[in-house]
Design a protein around this ligand. Structure first.
Ligand code: 3H9
Length: 677
């Protein structure tokens, strides 16, 4: 096999080039090639300096994640980096794209670093439940100080080349199009510099206050995760006066602990699951896409406004339609306010607000959608309303345009049948707030054309969504799995649990909120029959008293004017009254464990049914839906991955104990020691 690393001589400078698409990950062959390249440069008396650079779209984007959990092939990355640093001739890293993780660590092992202005540098390992395990936690604080090291390692966001230069992580900026030439010139310039600057030989200025402050400031953000604390501990070690060797030993031990742990396995699973979800089994990757230059959105409410913002932010003009002028004005006003708030926080430039608003065309006429390439309907969730609307769109919107419904439950095939072009119809289910939440469920109708699907998946990436394909069924993937959870949660109230107890278990599990907090946020009255005299459930009883959730300052909880919740004595009475009225047995003690079994196991079961019915392509797609649409803790890898860690036999036994009909595929996988795929 040819090596992905080649060397090129430019007079007295040896350029070591990696060509390992797609992202120059530091797999075994790359590491071996790098080691050989540096040895070649060191051994050759005619070479005075070396440059390490990469072909393709990026400098090394990190260790090869696919190798993790498998036996390690020599040389390990730390060995290669130590060897680069120990070289007695200067080595210059020439960076473009994203020098991430192990890639950043390779650069920091080099004596000098030059980068194009568009480059980014960072250590995102924490997002994989890891830490920079090839010296990053020890070299970054030595070069850039404790504060930035904490930011970079424990949060994992990359920094720009110019910020890296200010911090000393980059020595020089190259021309955007002349990286190699500039790097070679730089290498010649420093060829005779001695002693060589070696990060490992620098001292760290201790800053215990900074470490403590960082821990405190980010406690909420890091809640439940193992990796941030380990990253912090490693930087703290570097700042404790420990020798580089001791720091490295500490880093290695922490890295291995994380690597063997469930959290990193879960986070790595999600990294690949997210990328896998973008692929549709029977739609070739090279399917020609329909051009989307202009988008129409029907409905300027919370959903329609949020959906529009995604496209406006990506520079795609939007025509937004409402039925009444005041609703249209209100909707566009909210969009402006949202952009202005983002600008006030410094997250976008003030010009960007005007650019986005300038690309928005508000109108009261559906006829103005005629020349849109994609129209997304975000109106009232009612089949008749949607069918009538799609019938109209069929006569108005140009041929070849994609007609999408943002329905969260309804049958997309039935909607499509109200047009003469069902192949152009697809579901695009955004999650609220639609400008923030990353998930997009793409609902594939029976007749949806492959190029429509391919176009919508590509568009999702452009507007920075994570898209997952779902088949037509009630609630698709996410909401369908939510239903059994809500049903069981309500049953638990009847049996003696309190809303706060159920929610607490979910929050302790890592969810952003529990089932009842979610009901209160969404609106207890959603889908309610609106007859206060008809009380057939606890929810009906709450709704009858206008306990509609946060919006009425009363739901399953009482809320103060700042929407802070507190347990509600009235809700306790309502539950008790309803229990007595329906002749339910006396309340009993319910354990936290039972709450997990009763509310989360049925979700796994529903996920298995979804897979059996082919409504999701793969189990990992379901995990992606729950991570990005509902805030399932990423360190638990999504419900289907979590089921594997919990143990499928345990889940089956739990479901059976509570009288739930277990999906055949779940039973089979549990019996065979397999997993749901
Ligand atoms: C590490 O470095 C540990 C060390 O500290 C210690 C070691 C001892 N490995 O995202 P894309 C694949 S941990 C293997 O769609 P983009 C990816 O799966 C690592 N494969 O492109 C996809 O495959 P496919 C720290 C990788 O342009 C393809 O490349 N580094 C890796 O949107 C294209 O990826 C990170 O965490 C990898 N490291 O974004 C960086 N990276 O086409 C992780 C990517 O089959 N990577 N692939 O689906 C990224 O953040 C993004 O991929 C990147 C490009 C920004 C680089």
């Amino acid at each position: 096999m040819t090596s992905p690393i080649r060397t090129e001589r430019h007079g007295d400078v040896l350029v070591i080039v990696s060509d390992s698409p797609p992202v120059n990950a530091l797999g075994a062959a790359v590491r071996q090639g790098l080691e050989a390249g540096v040895k070649e440069g060191v051994a050759d008396a005619s070479i005075t300096a070396m440059v390490i650079r990469c072909d393709g779209r990026t400098f090394f984007a990190g260790a090869d994640i696919t190798e993790f959990g498998k036996p390690m092939q020599e040389p390990g990355l730390p060995t290669v980096i130590d060897m680069i640093e120990a070289a007695d001739k200067p080595v210059v890293a020439a960076i473009h794209g994203t020098a991430l993780g192990g890639g950043c660590e390779v650069a920091l092992g080099c004596h000098y670093r030059i980068a194009v202005p568009s480059a980014k540098i960072g250590t995102p390992e924490v997002k994989l439940g890891l830490l920079p395990g090839a010296g990053g936690t020890q070299r970054i604080p030595r070069i850039a100080g404790v504060k930035l090291a904490l930011e970079m390692t424990a949060k994992g966001d990359p920094i720009s080349a110019s910020r890296a230069k200010d911090a000393g992580l980059i020595d020089r900026l190259a021309g955007e199009d002349s990286l190699e030439a500039d790097a070679i010139a730089f290498a010649r310039e420093v060829a005779s510099n001695r002693p060589l600057p070696r990060a490992s030989e620098k001292n760290v200025t201790p800053d215990p206050e900074a470490v403590e402050a960082f821990r405190k400031e980010n406690a909420r953000r890091f809640r439940g995760f193992d990796a941030p604390a380990a990253n912090i501990a490693c930087v703290e070690k570097a700042a404790s006066g420990a020798s580089f060797a001791d720091g490295i030993a500490f880093e290695r031990a922490e890295f291995m602990k994380l690597m063997m742990g469930v959290q990193s396995a879960a986070q790595r699973h999600i990294f690949f699951a997210e990328r896998q979800a973008a692929k549709i089994d029977d739609v070739p990757a090279d399917t020609p896409l329909r051009p989307i230059k202009k988008v129409g959105v029907i409905g300027a409410g919370t959903m329609g406004g949020g959906i529009s913002m995604n496209f406006l932010s990506a520079g795609i003009p939007v025509t937004i339609v409402e039925m009444q002028q005041d609703a249209l004005d209100r909707g566009t006003g909210v969009i402006r306010k949202n952009y202005e708030a983002t600008a006030a926080k410094g997250r976008i430039k003030p010009e960007a607000v005007e650019a986005a608003m300038g690309a928005l065309t508000p109108t009261l006429s559906l006829d103005d959608l005629a020349d849109c390439d994609l129209v997304i309907e975000a109106v009232y969730e009612n089949m008749d309303v949607k069918k009538e609307l799609f019938g109209k769109l069929d006569t108005i919107v140009k041929k070849g345009a994609i007609l999408a419904s943002n329905t969260s439950y309804l049958n997309v095939d039935e909607i499509a049948a109200s047009t003469g072009r069902p192949e152009d119809v697809v579901g695009m289910h955004f999650f609220s707030p639609a400008n923030v939440m990353k998930l997009l469920e793409v609902v594939r109708g029976e007749k949806t054309a492959k190029d429509v699907l391919a176009t919508v998946m590509a568009l999702a990436k452009k507007i920075r969504k994570v898209a997952v394909v779902a088949g037509v069924c009630h609630g698709f993937i996410g909401n369908r799995m939510l239903a059994p959870r809500q049903i069981e949660a309500m049953k638990l109230l009847m049996e003696g649990a309190t809303p706060e107890q159920v929610d607490k278990v979910h929050v302790a599990f890592g969810m952003p909120m529990g089932p009842f907090q979610m009901s209160d946020l969404a609106g207890v009255d959603i889908g309610w029959h609106r007859d206060p005299t008809r009380i057939e459930s606890i929810r009906d009883a709450l709704a009858a008293e206008k306990r509609w959730g946060q919006k009425t300052q009363a739901g399953f909880y009482d809320y103060d004017e700042r929407r802070n919740p507190s347990p509600s004595p009235r809700v306790a009475e309502i539950i008790e009254e309803f229990r007595q009225k329906s002749g339910a047995p006396a309340p009993r003690e319910i354990s936290d464990e039972e709450i997990v079994e009763r509310t989360l196991y049925p979700m796994v079961n529903e996920g298995a049914l979804i897979l059996e019915e082919g409504k999701a392509q793969r189990a990992s797609d379901i995990d992606v839906v729950w991570i990005y649409g509902y805030g399932w803790p990423v360190y638990r890898g999504g419900p289907m991955f979590w089921a594997g860690t919990e143990g499928l036999p345990k889940i089956v036994a739990g479901l059976e104990k509570h009288g739930c009909a277990v999906a055949r595929s779940l039973k089979d996988a549990a019996a065979s020691g397999g997993r749901l795929k």
